[in-house]
Design a protein around this ligand. Structure first.
Ligand code: NAD
Length: 359
């Protein structure tokens, strides 16, 4: 098949890891007889340098014509002192908003070979494989009224509004069930229904949707309990679905279970074009040294194949190849431990590509 992919290599280590991601896509292309056409686009610092804006119109136009956006990372000290709306991060938020993605998918998977990178005990985190599905476009970050207002008695009040429409809850919960169907068939829906009306609607809606998915188990958990359960017994979770703010906090907590930021991908889907990127930033402290871990970017390619291009087998082939390279003891410096074989960014990409070919 033919796929048009916009590629945003970005700032800092972005170009170094994007190169390895593309290497892997090309290898998948060869093995499965696909052709990936790459359209380079610019967001963030690299766009500021070229176009004097963090999100050029040209980028938006190009991305909207493609099947998926393969994104690296943006930002760095060079652009730190610009006003907020001119900063690289404004480009990142802008592109996510433009694409209208309402769901952020954040897997937290422990590779048993890297189990000691976590701050938690081995027996707690062994084999965890969680997918956090976070609602992205509504909830307290967007609800109105919002702002800081003067009160008549000279005091001030800061207001944010946590609101959800039923339709917004339905689409995110449905997506979580669809994902769970392809996994271990369990959805944990997060809310605070004991005190919040919007959460009660969330819970009632999740119950309604679950009737269409009789093969998937649904359970509900208050957000405070979920924060605790994630470190107490994370293996109980398969898919976690949550509103914007609860999902924001829990997805960061879940990702830290694995202890290695250079390994974790993410996807923003549900809009016109899906966006697939590592969760980490541009790592200015290691840029240009060829030591960045490319696995988060490579796993983002796997997510793009699964959730953006509907190619499950190809996605699994990448994930298995990464596992096999780790099993053989190869590590970039960020995940290195005694007795393993240290490799650089490029070599890690080569090894994963080789494992794909040999699979
Ligand atoms: P960061 O994620 O870039 O780095 C945090 C630490 O993790 C650093 O020590 C870095 O070297 C290390 N690290 C990150 N990715 C790694 C990898 N693939 N391999 C090995 N080590 C890795 O976060 P930060 O330092 O807080 O931010 C740096 C810049 O990135 C800032 O400008 C920030 O705004 C931006 N940022 C961008 C995104 C994004 O593009 N989505 C996300 C977070 C931060």
């Amino acid at each position: 098949m033919n796929f048009n992919i916009s590629v945003m290599k970005g700032d800092g280590i972005g170009p170094e890891i994007a190169r390895e991601g593309i290497k892997i896509l090309n290898t998948i292309g060869e093995k499965f007889n696909h052709k990936f056409n790459y359209i380079e686009v610019y967001v963030g610092g690299c766009a500021i340098d070229r176009f004097d804006t963090p999100l050029p119109e040209e980028t938006i136009e190009k991305v909207l014509k493609t099947d998926a956006l393969f994104f690296s990372s943006v930002g760095g000290p060079k652009w730190e002192n610009l006003p907020h709306d001119k900063k690289p991060e404004a480009g990142l938020l802008g592109i996510r908003k433009t694409l209208g993605a309402f769901a952020n998918l954040r897997p937290a998977k422990v590779f048993n070979e890297l189990i000691d990178a976590s701050t938690l005990k081995r027996e707690i985190i062994r084999d965890i494989d969680i997918m956090v599905v976070r609602e992205l476009t509504s909830g307290i970050y967007f609800g109105k009224p919002k702002g800081v207002f003067n009160l008549p008695n000279k005091d001030k009040i800061g207001i944010n509004t946590l609101s959800y429409k039923k339709s917004e809850i339905e689409r995110i919960v449905r997506l979580a069930f669809d994902i769970a169907k392809k996994r271990r068939k369990k959805v944990t829906s997060i809310d605070k229904a004991n005190v919040l009306e919007s959460s009660q609607l969330w819970r009632d809606t999740a119950n309604e949707i679950s009737k269409d998915y009789t093969d998937v188990e649904l359970n509900h958990m208050y957000v405070d309990n979920a924060a605790m359960q994630l470190v107490r017994y994370p293996k109980q979770f398969d898919v976690i679905v949550a509103g914007n703010i609860f999902g924001d906090i829990l997805s960061d907590e879940a990702s830290m279970l694995t202890g290695s930021i250079g390994m974790l991908p993410s996807a923003s889907v549900g809009g016109s074009v899906g966006m697939f990127e590592p969760i980490h930033g541009s790592a200015p402290d290691i840029v240009g040294k060829n030591i960045a871990n490319p696995i988060a970017q490579i796993e983002s390619a796997a997510m793009m194949l699964r959730y953006g291009l509907n190619r499950e087998l190809e996605a699994q082939t990448i994930e298995r190849a990464v596992e096999s390279v780790l099993k053989q003891g190869y590590r970039t410096p960020d995940i290195m431990s005694a007795g393993e074989k240290q490799v650089n960014t490029q070599k890690m990409g080569d090894l994963v590509a080789k494992a794909i070919i040999e699979a």
